[in-house]
Each structure stands twice: as structure tokens, then as C-alpha cells.
Design a protein around this ligand. Structure first.
Ligand SMILES: NC(=O)c1ccc[n+]([C@@H]2O[C@H](COP(=O)([O-])OP(=O)(O)OC[C@H]3O[C@@H](n4cnc5c(N)ncnc54)[C@H](O)[C@@H]3O)[C@@H](O)[C@H]2O)c1
Length: 235
């Protein structure tokens, strides 16, 4: 999971991190490997109560919460008529309602800890459509919109909110592309740089957005996609 490299990247920069996921075993192992600066909590991002517990734990353990990375997500696909309402609702629930709940619940803690930064992990699929990935594309476009409405509202409270748009990154998500997602998923992984990205190439950008080096950026889209969305090289 990307969170593993993301978390170690943050810890390397002196941050104390709460790793929140439903994958308890790898999450707990990761936190143990990172030492006293990291803590694992079980969090299903679709649960407001879960978010409340996670935020309370972060503030209790580390004194404040000044960075929130909404990274949890799932990927699926299928053509219209085959892709089910259940799939649609589930992916929106995790990929879009999850970050909304995170922002809502963490808001007061982030304001109290200002200057604070929220990084929403959208996708290249939040900038351009992907055939056969209706739920994923809609969720990632939605997250891009939520980023902007939250950025506008929270600016005066010292909280910046930005979205990150990775292209194909070598993580278990790509490995798990279903047959249903088909060619669209494979095409999605193609980039101008003709390779998949590495998780640490996303981590570097997220760490930058978390810190004060990016203090003049909010409500903005940060692309790390190997040129995937630059256009077509065919004449
Ligand atoms: N890998 C890529 O090519 C790529 C490209 C663009 C965007 N992204 C985005 O990056 C983020 C991280 O994806 P990844 O590639 O590391 O995939 P991943 O599958 O390795 O990691 C996703 C993580 O989300 C967790 N998760 C799933 N449902 C959850 C829930 N309900 N509550 C809490 N946690 C939950 C999983 O347990 C997993 O640890 C996702 O939002 C994804 O959409 C990935």
C-alpha cells in the first residue's frame, strides 16, 4: 500500500504519524517498524464514528493534528449496464464520502493546530475520463471538487487543502486491476515517460504539500503522472 512509503517518508522528515486503514495486520506492522513516531489505528473511512475515534487518538497521542492525507481508495470498473449500482455506491462511499467525513471530523483539530494542510489523493482520473471506470472517475473528479470547496472555506482558518493526481503508480491497486476494468486500466497505466511511477515519487510531492514550503498553494491540483495527462503524441 502506498501508505507504507508515504508514512515512512513523513517519519523521515520528523513527523509523527497515525496510520489509519482497514488492513490491520500490515498497518500495525508498519507502525511497529517505524517506531515511537508512528501509531496504527483501525479506520473504515466510511464511518464517521471511526473518524472521530482516529482523530481523538491522534490528538491524544501526539498533541495535535496538523496534516491529513486522504489516501484510502479502491479501484474497479466495468461497462455501463454491467457496472452495478452497488459498485457505484461503494466506490463513492470510500473514495469521496470517506475524505468528506475526514475533513468534517478533523476540521476543528486542524484549525486548532494551524497552519495545517490537507492532501486529498485524487488521480489522473480526476482530471480526465477513463472509459469503463465510471465510479472511479466520478469519485476522483468529486474529490477534486471537494478539495476546492474546502480550500475556499478553510483558508481564513489557516488550513490549506490541495489535491494530488497520480498516474499509474506501482502499488497493489494496479496489480489488482480486474479483468472487468480491462484495457481501460492498462491504457491508464501508460504515460509519456513510458513507465509506471514509484510510490516514493508521489510521497515526495505529498510531503512537500504537507509542509510550509508549499505555503502559497491551496485549492490546487498537483499532477504526478509521468505526463499521462499532457496530451497525445500522435499527430
Ligand atoms: N496506484 C495508482 O496507480 C494510483 C493512481 C492514481 C491514484 N491512486 C490513489 O492513491 C490512493 C492509494 O492507492 P494505492 O495505489 O496505494 O492502492 P492500495 O490498494 O495499495 O492502497 C489503498 C489502501 O486503502 C485502504 N482502504 C480501502 N478501503 C478502505 C476503507 N474503507 N477504509 C480505510 N482504508 C481503506 C486499503 O486497505 C489500502 O491499504 C488511492 O486513493 C488511489 O485511488 C492510485
Amino acid at each position: 500500500m502506498w501508505v507504507s512509503l508515504g508514512s515512512s517518508g513523513f517519519v523521515q522528515h520528523g513527523a509523527r504519524v497515525v496510520i489509519a486503514d482497514i488492513a490491520d495486520e500490515p498497518g500495525a506492522k508498519l507502525a511497529a517498524d517505524l517506531g515511537d513516531q508512528a501509531l496504527y489505528v483501525h479506520l473504515d473511512v466510511t464511518s464517521a464514528a471511526g473518524w472521530q475515534a482516529a482523530v481523538a487518538t491522534a490528538v491524544e497521542r501526539f498533541g495535535k493534528l496538523n496534516v491529513l492525507v486522504n489516501n484510502a481508495g479502491i479501484l474497479d470498473g466495468g461497462p455501463l449496464g454491467v457496472y452495478t449500482e452497488q459498485q457505484w455506491r461503494r466506490i463513492l462511499d470510500i473514495n469521496l464520502t470517506g475524505p468528506f467525513l475526514g475533513l468534517s471530523v478533523a476540521r476543528d483539530a486542524l484549525v486548532a493546530a494551524r497552519p495545517s494542510s490537507v492532501i486529498n489523493i485524487s488521480s489522473a482520473a480526476g482530471l480526465q475520463g477513463v472509459a469503463g471506470m465510471h465510479g472511479y472517475t466520478a469519485s476522483k473528479f468529486g474529490l477534486r471538487g471537494l478539495t476546492k470547496s474546502a480550500a475556499l472555506e478553510l483558508a481564513e482558518h489557516g488550513v490549506r487543502v490541495n489535491s494530488v493526481h497520480p498516474g499509474g503508480i506501482l502499488t497493489p491497486m494496479i496489480a489488482g486491476l480486474s479483468a472487468e476494468a480491462g484495457q481501460a486500466g492498462v491504457d491508464r497505466a501508460r504515460s509519456t515517460l513510458e513507465r509506471l511511477g514509484l510510490p516514493e515519487e508521489v510521497t515526495a510531492l505529498v510531503v512537500y504539500l504537507a509542509g510550509e514550503e508549499s505555503s502559497y498553494s491551496t485549492g490546487a491540483e498537483f499532477v504526478v503522472d509521468g505526463g499521462m495527462t499532457a496530451g497525445t503524441s500522435h499527430s
